[in-house]
Design a protein around this ligand. Structure first.
Ligand code: FE
Length: 132
């Protein structure tokens, strides 16, 4: 079991930039093609910017053309929390970091093989690290 991280909004505000806070804590969405990892070909891990949990690998990153970093699978299903999101009159599946609850993005079933999943993730929710 993952030990959850619980912080109140004030603590997150101190830790995060205003832009990160808007996405991660207020469940916002960065403008398409604005994020630093959208076009990135960096190899390694993409971790939760809030708690450091390892969420996605460059091995499953692909160019979806959507304007957001896209992955066809998470590092581990255990690290992801799935929530039904009916905002804006659409039924979507929101994905959050399971450990700290930070909002990451949404997942859609129009991704590439082998999973056919497209995890559409905000760059601002992620922190790249090279693998050792
Ligand atoms: Fe997290």
């Amino acid at each position: 079991m993952t030990d959850k991280i619980v912080k109140d909004p004030k603590e997150w505000k101190e830790q995060l930039t205003p832009e990160q806070y808007e996405i991660c804590i207020n469940h916002g969405t960065e403008p398409p093609f604005s994020g630093k990892y959208n076009d990135s070909k960096l190899q390694g891990s993409f971790k939760c910017v809030c708690c450091g949990e390892n969420l996605f690998s460059s091995n499953s990153k692909f160019d979806s053309g959507s304007g957001w970093p896209s992955f066809w699978e998470p590092v581990s299903e255990d690290n992801i929390e799935y929530i039904s999101d009916t905002d804006y009159g659409m039924v979507r599946t929101e994905v959050n970091c399971k450990k700290c609850g930070s909002h990451l993005g949404h997942v859609f079933d129009d991704g590439p093989k082998p999973t056919n999943q497209r995890y559409c993730i905000n760059s601002l929710s992620l922190k790249h690290e090279k693998d050792e």
